[in-house]
Design a protein around this ligand. Structure first.
Ligand code: PNS
Length: 219
């Protein structure tokens, strides 16, 4: 899809998300996208309704540091509709990562709504390396808040910052809502639900989907 060399318009792709925090799964998608598209704009949603662990500025800096060697990748933030933001950037492609079937329903709805809002924009799904197929920002935060290690799942600088902020005995009180950490099996809102608490999809997957619908994202 790299068209620049052939003299056509460069293909600009937007990779939107919350990135609270960016994980190695996100970075894997960014790298794959950078090999296909002329420009990749990583777009961090400014969402005042969420209570993020990291500020937009912190998230931007961390992604910039982690993607410095990728010359055609830039990082921005946006507010409002993704369809409008992509149009303002001249981007005809939205990249989203698909980790598992459980991501599909939400992504399908979002892609079709975005197509309705901006018919010129196409959503392209990319699969991250299977090593990251279970990985989510939400789970990273939960593991850190419970004192576990996320080494190898996020860049070292991300690990340092979220441990300082969210780990037990870290720099300040945990910002990960207690309900997420303690929800018993079968209760919506469990962080594990995103991939099925039962580890097989099934009912866990349905809970995850309901949870994502409620919070408006996949984490
Ligand atoms: O990382 P996430 O939380 O799964 O990313 C979700 C995101 C930011 C891509 C999505 O919430 C979004 O695009 N929000 C902007 C508002 C919008 O355009 N809504 C209509 C389409 S769903």
């Amino acid at each position: 899809m790299k068209t620049h060399a052939r003299g056509a318009h460069p293909t600009i792709a937007v990779y939107p998300g919350t990135f609270d925090p960016v994980t190695n799964g996100h970075l894997d998608i960014i790298e794959r996208g950078s090999r296909i598209f002329d420009r990749v704009i990583v777009a961090i949603l400014e969402n005042p309704e969420k209570d993020p662990l990291l500020t937009v500025e912190e998230r931007k800096r961390l992604i910039e540091e982690a993607t410095r060697r990728l010359r055609n990748v830039e990082v921005e933030s946006f507010a409002g509709l993704l369809a409008d933001y992509a149009r303002s950037k001249g981007a005809r492609v939205v990249v989203r990562g698909l980790r598992a079937v459980s991501d599909f329903e939400y992504e399908f709805q979002m892609a079709l709504m975005n197509r309705r809002l901006n018919p010129e924009m196409e959503t392209v799904f990319m699969m991250p390396n299977e090593a990251y197929s279970y990985l989510s920002s939400r789970m990273v935060k939960e593991v850190v808040a419970l004192g576990g290690s996320v080494r190898g799942l996020v860049p070292a600088e991300v690990e340092r910052l979220i441990v300082a902020r969210a780990a037990p005995g870290g720099g300040r009180r945990s910002r990960v809502p207690a309900g997420i950490l303690t929800a018993p099996p079968g209760v919506e809102g469990s962080a594990v639900g995103a991939h099925g608490r039962d580890g097989r999809g099934g009912r866990g997957r349905a809970r995850g989907a309901a949870f994502r619908r409620r919070r408006g994202g996949r984490g």
